[in-house]
Design a protein around this ligand. Sequence first.
Ligand code: ARG
Length: 585
Amino acid sequence: MVRKEIENLLNVALKKLGINGKALVSFSSLPELCDYQSNSIFSLAKQNGKNPIELANQILNNLDHSLYFNFEVAKPAFINIKLTQEGYNHFAQILFEDSRCGVAKISNQKVLLDYGGANVAKALHVGHLRSPIIGEALKRLYSFLGEQVISDVHLGDWGLQMGLTELQLYQDGKLDYYFTGDGEEPVLTLEMLNTAYPKASARKNEDENFKKMADEWTLKIQNKEQPYFKIYQKIREVSVKEIKKHYSELGAEFDLWLGESDADEYIDKALDIIDKKGLSYISDGAVVVDVAEEGENIPIPKKSPDEIQRYKNPMPPAILKKYNGGVLYATTDIATILMRNTEIKGLNRIEYIVDARQKNHFIQVFRVCKKAGISPKDQVLLHIGYGTMNGSDGKPFKTRSGDTIKLEDIIQMLIDKASEKLKSNGVQFDRKLALQIGVAAMKFGDLSNNVGKDYVFDLDKFLSFEGKTGPYLQYTVCRINSILNKTTDKGGKIDIECEEEQQIIKNILKLNSSYEIAYKEKSLNSLCLATYDLAASFSTFYNNHKILTEKDSNKRNSYISLLKLVKKALTQALSTLAIDVPEKM
Ligand code: ARG
């Protein structure tokens, strides 16, 4: 908002001077010196055959008068800009009155976001944690900035785990009723699934026959043969109930609760399109599509003739059908893109928030869809790959015994640790508050990192009530709430007088531009940092000023309005990050 206004002033002057090109303005890199700066003059002068410092001075002489800014030229040809007292008051009032606190809408694209990705019949584990956290925040960011966003949880519900789980339950004598009709229909519980799948998954690696049979069972389910399909539906139901509970605790909401299985009717259609384009062929009984591009699959010279051929930068063909006719992960993803483009019109982008280690899978899927025209040319297909959540040893976060941690256990851990913290701070709390704080700690700890990077999951650090943490931000809002609750003053015209207040306004303006940065980077770290900076500048102000006991009623009411403004800006940012703020803590 302010940057645009300064740019306009500069550009009017440039036009008067007959200079081609436009000046850009950024936040100052030397805050002691100025608030904003333009670094464009040097190159504009060069392009127009002028002396840089002379041009900078000419621009200053040709500026329309402005109440809100002071301009200064600095060597070699910078223009430094400072907000005036009137400027601070003017912009503070605009921010205060605007329902979005001055954040502009910047896009109206239609986007489908694929995140969550929990697998039916398998317990959710730590590897699935980042997807709902990042996905939910990106969804809120995109819609806040004006886009039409549809979120789809895309459950993993059409793969080998189905056959494995069902076969194991059968062999454990739990499914006799469905095959013999004897006795009563069993109640399938989550515990049964949670034992069956890991057992079967371990067996498939050792027992070739078992694996083959599980493949057969998976195929029967995919072919909707009874009673296999009916049992599958029961398993899915139990599982999805549990998945919904966990996602709701994490504050992830989905418009569509679809899964791989929902794209089933599009599988043959997709395979047909691919076949008609002459893209697929049979290899070892399987249906495959070559997707490698130049610079990929470069043969590495063999050391001996009987060594198997290896490749540099390998990009294997996408396998769409197995030897036995079963379909795979890539197939359901391709069919899902066909389904989305058939049932939802005008999607500008489809974005996947999935573990970075699935990079090649998405390259294969996207290339097949583009080649086959299943995704229109101008549609963006994007994999936003997130890094691994590591333990303090720098390795993927595991339990002490080396097992992957179940999401359920993580949530319990968040609640326990947050409870400890609240207890030691002498705060009254219940499970809901502990969960709210624990989840905020984890989310902010996660989102403050660049999405693509691995990070260390250090819950003790994340849970601190001081520093760059979720609880600190929640606490800041609660503190403002408690001040506002103690007064009947309604607030009045904002008068920015001291440096601490100026800093708050500047930090709100910075926070506002961090939305666009986050949008462009598809990562929320800049938004997290700017939110923290605003909270920190509020704390500094708060520590140095008496608010409620201020005698001058104009001043007191100006403070109250400023507090309301900070609260609105913080709440808006936290809600974009999908971090809940409790009333009190
Ligand atoms: N179920 C998958 C997994 O656990 C994640 C799904 C991601 N989304 C997708 N469209 N492939 O790895």
